[in-house]
Design a protein around this ligand. Structure first.
Ligand code: ATR
Length: 285
């Protein structure tokens, strides 16, 4: 193994709820390594650059970044990958001898999760040859829209309750059409992919009202939240014969891409890891 094992972390505030330590330490254990990955809270009131320098001094070689630090991480990097540059946000930092390299694996992680689900659910599924409808215009939507553009989707429909926020994302991919939130059912017509990036359907939030009958047969329906894992949207999708893609897909695949950036090894996303996460979610949420 060429990787020189060092400490890894997820940076956020709060961050104790994060499942990233469970995931990465599972992969480290598979390599015969100790649990080097920890949750690392950084208070937004603190000096973020100074905190990163402190991590480098303490022997960290890599870190994931979550809310609310992805933009601060972007601003603190010495070098950025194209994906991070497009999004203006970093979710993966490599500490390279005092130099900070920033990447963003959220979008490619989302696509990898879709691919894995579509292979399981419908080997002949062709979501890439049909329009896609994305609901919501927050940070997750940015990464997903840019990734759908890279995947070659030439009809991306985007709606958000606050239309202006959707308009602001229209430069992220070549073929984005902005619609009104109340027109979302009509805009789903003929789509091979529906992605909910809003907080509707999360534990404690109202459900998402979204008729699915206009979708193409065999369409993928993706909810990026994983609390709960089986949202009302995903249950409705399954009941109508569509392929439901739960939030663990994006979570696991963005993690795998980060792990590969740091170690050079693409970790295996196996059923045992997924089962561990499902149990952990059931116990704590
Ligand atoms: P993230 O960065 O994880 O995507 P976010 O930035 O908080 O999260 O975005 C939340 C999304 O859920 C937004 O698109 C938000 O719509 P607005 O931009 O109009 O706020 C959407 N959302 C939250 N509550 C909603 C509701 N009751 N109805 C419709 N959309 C809602």
């Amino acid at each position: 193994m060429s990787w020189v094992a060092g400490k890894l972390a997820i940076i956020g505030w709060p961050v104790s709820h994060s499942r990233s330590p469970l995931i990465h330490n599972y992969w480290l254990a598979a390599q015969g390594l100790p649990p080097l990955y920890e949750a690392y809270p950084i208070d937004p009131k603190d000096d973020f650059r100074a905190a990163l320098r402190g991590m480098a001094d303490a022997g960290f070689v890599g870190a994931n970044v979550t809310v609310p630090h992805k933009e601060a991480a972007f601003a603190a990097m010495d070098a950025l990958s194209p994906a991070a540059q497009i999004l203006g946000a970093v979710n993966t930092i490599s500490f390279e001898n005092g130099r900070l390299q920033g990447d963003n694996t959220d979008g490619d992680g989302f696509l990898a999760g879709l691919d894995a689900a579509s292979q399981r659910g419908a080997p002949d599924g062709n979501w890439q040859n049909a329009p896609a409808l994305v609901l919501g215009a927050g940070g997750a939507a940015r990464a997903i829209i840019a990734a759908l553009g890279r995947a070659g989707i030439d009809d991306i429909r985007l709606v958000n309750r606050t239309r202006d926020k959707a308009e602001a994302l229209s430069g992220l991919a070549p073929h984005i059409a902005i619609g009104d939130w109340q027109d979302r059912a009509a805009l789903a017509d003929g789509c091979g992919l529906l992605v909910n990036t809003t907080s509707l359907g999360m534990t404690g939030q109202p459900p998402l009202e979204m008729p699915l009958d206009g979708l193409k047969s065999g369409a993928l329906v993706s909810d990026i939240v994983y609390t709960p894992l089986h949202t009302p949207l995903l249950r409705a999708a399954q009941a109508s014969g569509y392929i439901a893609v739960d939030g663990l897909g994006m979570l696991l695949h963005q993690a795998a891409l980060s792990f590969e950036i740091w170690t050079g090894m693409r970790p295996h996303i196996d059923d045992k890891l997924r089962a561990l996460l499902v149990t952990d979610l059931a116990e704590k949420d």
